[in-house]
Design a protein around this ligand. Structure first.
Ligand SMILES: [Ca+2]
Ligand SMILES: [Ca+2]
Length: 652
């Protein structure tokens, strides 16, 4: 009896634990701007978002954490801004920062069952962070063998609108612009075959079930990302004659800093072509149809939750990775630091969350991580950027406006946004400033106008003091698939073929015992290459000792040194020689026993083998300094340095 009671107590305890922690359904849409009913957009037909808003909290001024798919999603799932991870564009955060546990991992470690489907991360192969999922759904196993590419639409998809390309923008383009500015009607009967519908249904099955522990179900739709293909019935919701355009200003680009003005002027050709074709409204029609299709998928998920055992204990959060320009600032797309890219749908509902509330105060999608961590009671040993919105969700009146950061695509490029202002700073020093209350369309750049210096100064002070160097981009890496898993490897593996012919001279041997060097010889088709372990943010040294006795102790001061290395990363290499002899190094404050710089060169990003040759006329090799005669100091490298040969020969 005692034993039975004990078992009962344990099972009751587990149930109570599960009951007090909410399930979470994260519904993610792609490239969806603020054109939805709950954000006051007059023409979007979004009954299910309206329903979600009526039972929860809508943030009217939520801004993305990255200006296109990859950096936005990296920031959200890592809970860190690009300014600390270096994921400004397509850098893969879990390759560069394997120590950063992603959101789903933190929730799983905290006792949640975690399920993912669709576009949660960037869509090409190699971007799904496979860690921390109980299950991640893809439609066929072939996708897994190809690196978990999303493959939402392919040009040979049988349900594609016919003909392909379908939009007037692309009709006479052979080949077409792939899917950019493509829109068109899918047969209604094919709705169930669309990738986003299949992903949604997979999530619906999960949320209808009773689970033994709290669950986190994240489903990512690709729509309304281009191509704007949706079942015909969603196009039919809109009367093409009644579609209205957003406000445009023809000379809007004139007051931008020169570099962005040039880039956007070039890009305005897209908008001009649409106008020439009389197709602007038609393109917007396609986008609106896709918003309504996404809304219908949300409706399926909301219905599935409501009809099952999880109706009362499930949080729903909806977000879009960023917004979209439809001709504003003469642009079509994202990748900008303006409102059209930054403002996104961000809606929450569920147990403990206020109903029918609208929050105007500024928040950021970077806040998702800390909010869910708190709401789910998941322990997390890492610091994350942003703030938890849990108390605002419970009591929206407590919301306080704040400056949020939106990093751009390179270090030092960012926007600082609050309810009053948007300040933009480009890496080249270009600036924009908009008075949002007076100028919601961001038409008048005040950055160079008199009287705004203190506003700019205050906003600039809210930006990070330092920006991480960009991490290794996916383009610099090679995706290696292994069964149903994958890895990213450096493209710049030393290749025997690319090595230059050998030159005669004295071969130096690396000093292996010095713990600063940590070199490991690699056999490569008969040649040796050494790579030295990357010490993030610190110099990485290669130490060499001369075997040739006649060079030592000033016997042979004039030599030619040639260094063969892989040109990758972006750093300076200081070639330093041992100048333990006090006569040689008399000017150095530390005198004897230090390395003296003899030469300096830069490595860049070509990925090729290169050889640098230079003369060293006052060498005094002695072998007493750190045990090496010569060292190569890679100054704060961002990738592991690789050196194949160092040759020293007498200067003639
Ligand atoms: Ca996107
Ligand atoms: Ca302007």
């Amino acid at each position: 009896m005692k034993k039975l009671l004990c078992l009962f107590a344990m099972s009751w305890g587990a149930t109570a634990w599960a009951a007090e922690r909410p399930n979470v359904v994260m519904f993610v849409v792609d490239d969806m701007c603020d054109w939805i009913g709950p954000m006051g957009h007059a023409q979007a037909i979004t009954p299910n978002m309206d329903r979600l808003a009526a039972r929860g909290v809508t943030f009217q001024n939520a801004h993305t954490a990255g200006i296109f798919c990859a950096p936005s999603r990296s920031a959200i799932f890592s809970g860190r801004h690009a300014s600390t991870t270096g994921c400004y564009t397509t850098q893969v955060y879990y390759h560069n920062h394997p120590e950063i546990t992603p959101l789903q991992q933190v929730l799983q470690n905290g006792g949640y069952a975690t399920y993912g489907a669709g576009k949660l991360f960037h869509h090409p192969a190699g971007f799904v962070d496979l860690r921390g999922w109980n299950e991640f759904f893809v439609r066929d196993r072939g996708q897994k063998r190809r690196g978990w590419a999303l493959e939402t639409w392919t040009v040979d998809d049988p349900i594609l609108p016919k003909p392909y390309p379908n939009s007037i923008f692309n009709h006479d383009r052979k080949p077409a612009n792939k899917f950019f500015l493509e829109w068109g009607r899918v047969l209604n009967e094919n709705e169930g075959k669309m990738a986003d519908t299949i992903r949604t249904e997979w999530a619906c099955d999960l949320v209808r079930r009773k689970h033994g522990k709290p669950f986190f179900v994240a489903v990512g739709l690709y729509t309304p990302h281009f191509p704007n293909y949706a079942p015909k019935k969603y196009f039919d919701l809109y009367d093409p004659k009644k579609i209205t355009l957003p406000p445009y200003k023809a000379d809007d680009l004139d007051d931008l800093p020169p570099a962005v003005r040039r880039a956007k002027t070039a890009r305005s050709a897209i908008h001009k072509r649409l106008e020439k074709l009389g197709a602007v409204k038609d393109a917007i029609h396609g986008y609106l149809a896709c918003i309504s299709y996404a809304d219908a998928m949300l409706g399926r998920v909301l219905d599935a939750i409501a009809s099952g055992p999880n109706a009362d204990n499930t949080i729903v959060v909806l977000w879009s990775d960023h917004g979209y320009h439809h001709g504003e600032k003469l642009d079509w797309g994202k990748h900008t630091l303006w409102e059209r890219t930054s403002n996104v749908p961000f809606l929450w509902s569920g147990p403990g969350i206020a109903r029918g509330a609208s929050v105007d105060e500024t928040v950021s999608l970077i806040d998702i991580f800390r909010t869910l961590r708190e709401l789910c009671g998941a322990p997390d040993r890492l610091s994350r950027d942003g703030v938890s919105l849990a108390s605002v969700l419970r009591g929206p009146a407590s919301a306080k406006d704040r400056d949020v950061l939106l990093p751009g695509m390179r270090p030092g490029e960012y926007a600082i946004i609050n309810r009053g202002w948007r300040y933009i700073h480009y890496a080249d020093g270009g600036e924009e400033l908009y008075d949002i209350r007076r100028d919601p369309n961001e038409w008048e750049n005040l950055a160079d106008k008199a009287g705004f210096a203190s506003v700019k100064k205050r906003l600039r002070a809210a930006a990070p003091k330092t920006f991480a160097k960009p991490g290794t981009g996916a383009r610099e890496l090679k995706l290696v698939t292994e069964g149903e898993s994958f890895k990213w490897r450096s493209r710049h593996q030393p290749s025997a073929k690319a090595l230059p012919d050998s030159v005669s001279g004295v071969r130096m041997v690396p000093r292996k015992s010095n713990n600063e060097a940590q070199m490991s010889p690699v056999r490569l088709a008969g040649r040796s290459a050494w790579n030295s372990a990357l010490r993030s943010g610190k110099p990485t040294y290669f130490y060499f000792k001369l075997k040739e006795q006649s060079y030592r102790n000033g016997q042979q001061p004039a030599v030619q040194v040639s260094i063969t290395y892989v040109d990758r990363g972006n750093t300076a290499v200081a070639v330093e020689y041992d100048s333990s002899d006090k006569h040689v190094n008399a000017s150095h404050p530390k005198g004897a026993g230090v390395f003296k710089e003899a030469h300096r060169f830069r490595v860049k990003q070509s990925g090729r083998w290169k050889t640098t040759v230079f003369d060293l006329r006052d060498a005094n090799f002695s072998g007493r300094c750190n045990g090496g005669d010569l060292r190569l100091g890679f100054i704060r490298p961002d990738v592991t340095p690789v050196v194949a040969e160092v040759l020293v020969k007498p200067l003639r």
